[in-house]
Design a protein around this ligand. Sequence first.
Ligand code: FE2
Length: 374
Amino acid sequence: MDTLIKQQKQAVKDTFPINGTDFIEFYVGNAKQSSIFYQAAFGFELVAYRGPETGSKETVSYVLQQGKVRLVLTSAFDPDHEILKHVHLHGDGVKVLALWVDDARDAYEKAVERGAESAFEPYTISDEDGEVVLSGIHTYGETIHTFVERNNYSGAFMPGFVSRKSIRKVEPVGLKYVDHCVGNVELGQMNRWIKFYQEVLGFKLLITFDDKDISTKYTALMSKVVSNGNGYIKFPINEPAKGLKKSQIEEYLDFYKSAGVQHIAVSTDNIIETVSKLRENGVEFLYVPDNYYEDLLDRVGDIDESIEDLKGQNILVDRDNEGYLLQIFTKPVQDRPTVFYEIIQRKGAQSFGKGNFKALFEAIEREQELRGTL
Ligand code: FE2
């Protein structure tokens, strides 16, 4: 019997413990101005800074926070610096999905042993507020995962950064934490990356969507979702599928020039309030026609929100066995049609809004049509 219990315990043992998302770092052309955008439009608070004044002669970073969501906006000065080369090729985009672990050396060694490609070896940085250990591995495109170990670090972000506050008062919009981060990969590469997350980081396959689940009249894509042991990290991976016209994934790949992060879904406890504040701040959302709401209650059953409020903010609803969710997509947040945000409120549902895929993808196609990229 002991053996049985032991085996069962082993079966549920998390082979790659990750506490959660530590930060998401964008490489951008102008970090100073991007930081103003995230403060004014998304209600993020400036919390830390690193630049020439603090001893960083080549790069500049602004750290923004709202709830548990932490964004780092980084740029550089020399056109030959790898950060500006990255920006030149991809436009503003996500470089780092940082994962918070208890032991960044162990995580790195395990990952590399299991086949990950090293991005940088573990190193420790420290100041009077404590120490942080960092290591990194490559994932799809030029994106990397940084493992962050914080040994009771009490400073603003990490050694090298100084505490910095927003100059203007910032109104938070109710963003709580990162729900999921989606990657777009090239045709035929989805399974390779799903396998990578399963084999290297010990993630489990949560859901598979084929092109029948995610297709409109014109375009299609396939998607699989993996999740880590505690379920806090969810990475859907998309690849384009054959359709009559160019899919949004192909458009992304054409503009980003490689695989990369497509969208970051951030959770809120009150999506109607969050979205209305974001709209007041100038954030643009995808438009779904009013007829979406005509038979909504037949499709999703009773919900706490009023249809008028949802329609007023153009918020979508979907139900699964465990409950329902509310969601909306922003338009891309930089000039290229690449990275965008999803705002999501879960009321029991643990899925991704399959019932809304068609409406959302038709909305994206209308935008593609306007851009001339459908
Ligand atoms: Fe999503």
